[in-house]
Design a protein around this ligand. Structure first.
Ligand code: NAD
Length: 421
């Protein structure tokens, strides 16, 4: 008989009691239950305070990418990721970029947009004027919600209102522009949007439904650029290949998705390592890539007059040094210490540089030797481990599979037998 997943009061149990129930439901062994609760550096108690219904913690490898020179300052980049080759590729690209003077960056102030959706308005254009007339009252109410943010020089600075036509009729979207300083700002902005909604309802005579931050943070952009001498990237042929790859991504969404995924490999690994919200960054990046009506590349690579390679990336970057899990996850705190950034703006710029490095590494491999060679040795090791090999044996099995170009679990099992006999 199927066991039911309807478990009333599950949230009220402690992690141990929850594990006992999940053990019964899924047929977990004692050993598996122990592994679940053996949470390492993030204690079970801390995990239990972070999210709901906790039964354990999930570990990812944490690596550091080296060689990063950004605005003439050296950085070591912490990266949490399960995918082989990403950390090595970032370090390799950063080394190439270093030869050309490193990365340069810029960013806009940390302004987030909070949306308040008003429906059922008789005259949306008149309602819009009324919102602008009430601007000072709305901003004052918003700022009263977060004196701490205001004391750091942040807070609601401006507002906008626009009428949009939708399938359920016209709507007035009022937007708060909130300077979030060193916070990502979602909680801060959502609190403000909820607090000002009654004023917006009063002045527009409409009905407010949604009051929430937008992850398309077009007012909080980070940009990075670099020039790589052609000899460091592998010569003229590779430069041409990378320039052509950019043109491909710019014109074709199927390619652009993978082009951008390459950049996000580095960006998300760093975001995860620091306890930031990677869904917010992914959502913002891809929405930004589609801003002009067609999904396209977040970066561009062009040939300079003397044949070198110049790359640029720009994307929304809503990240914080405080708030969320940033200060509650012990490893996130250490990761930020390793990174050594002092403001959310500096952090956002470093992330953009890491994205550009990762993008360069992927494009160089594609334009040069193909992506698989670099990928395969670590992938093969993972397959060897999955097949049951450990330690030195895993290396031997992986090496053989790469040499034979047969990286498959069945082959790994055969090799384990052969090499251990
Ligand atoms: P937060 O509320 O934990 O911390 C921000 C607060 O810290 C500020 O409001 C301010 O009062 C205070 N603060 C102290 N020193 C500051 C400084 N130097 N600069 C700025 N503020 C300072 O977190 P948050 O950043 O408002 O929200 C982030 C969290 O919201 C994340 O966990 C995210 O996952 C979550 N979230 C995201 C979304 C979304 O992206 N759509 C929606 C809801 C919640």
């Amino acid at each position: 008989m199927n066991k039911s997943s309807q478990i009333s009061g599950f949230y009220k149990l402690n992690p141990k009691e929850r594990v006992a129930l999940v053990k019964d439901f899924a047929g977990l062994s004692e050993e598996e239950c122990d592994l679940l609760q053996n949470t390492g550096s993030l204690s079970l108690e801390a995990a239990n305070r972070m999210i709901e219904n906790v039964v354990g913690a999930f570990s990812l490898p944490l690596g550091v990418a080296v060689n990063f020179l950004i605005n003439n300052r050296d950085y070591i980049i912490p990266m949490a990721i399960e995918e082989p080759s990403v950390v090595a590729a970032a370090s390799y690209a950063a080394k190439m970029v270093r030869e050309g003077g490193g990365f340069h960056t810029s960013s806009t102030p940390p302004i987030m947009i909070g949306q308040i959706q008003v429906v059922d308005i008789a005259d949306p254009d008149r309602a819009k004027k009324r919102v602008f007339q009430a601007k000072q009252e709305i901003l004052k109410k918003a700022n009263a919600q977060d004196p701490v943010l205001v004391s750091y020089g942040g807070g609601a600075k401006d507002l906008d209102a626009r009428v949009i036509n939708t399938t359920t009729g016209p709507m007035l979207i009022t937007e708060l522009h909130v300077d979030c300083r060193d916070a990502m700002g979602a909680n801060a902005v959502n609190t403000m949007a909820e607090a000002v909604a009654p004023i917006v309802e009063r002045v527009t005579g409409g009905h407010v439904y949604l009051r929430i931050i937008s992850n398309l943070a077009t007012k909080r952009l980070a940009k990075a650029w670099c020039t790589v001498p052609k000899e460091n990237v592998g010569g003229e042929e590779v430069v041409n290949g990378i320039v052509n790859a950019t043109a491909f991504a710019a014109a074709d969404p199927y390619r652009a998705a993978t082009h951008n995924k390459g950049a996000m490999n580095g960006i998300i690994a760093l975001i995860l390592a620091t306890g930031n919200d990677h869904r917010a960054i992914e959502a913002g990046a891809h929405a930004y890539a589609a801003m002009r009506g067609q999904y396209t590349s977040l970066s561009t690579w062009e040939k300079t007059e003397n044949g070198d390679l110049k790359g640029t990336i720009e994307l929304p970057m809503a990240v914080g040094l405080i708030g969320g899990a940033v200060r509650t996850h012990p490893i996130a705190k250490i990761a930020l210490k390793i990174l050594g950034v002092k403001t959310a703006n500096e952090f956002a710029e470093v992330i953009a540089a890491v994205g550009l490095a990762q993008n360069l590494a992927a494009l160089r491999a594609l334009a040069h030797e193909g992506i698989q060679r670099g990928h395969m040795s670590l992938h093969a090791r993972n397959i060897a481990i999955a097949a049951g090999a450990q330690g030195k044996l895993a290396d031997l099995v992986a090496e053989r599979m790469v040499r034979e170009r047969k990286i498959r679990i069945d082959r790994a099992k055969e090799l384990i037998k052969e090499l251990s006999s």
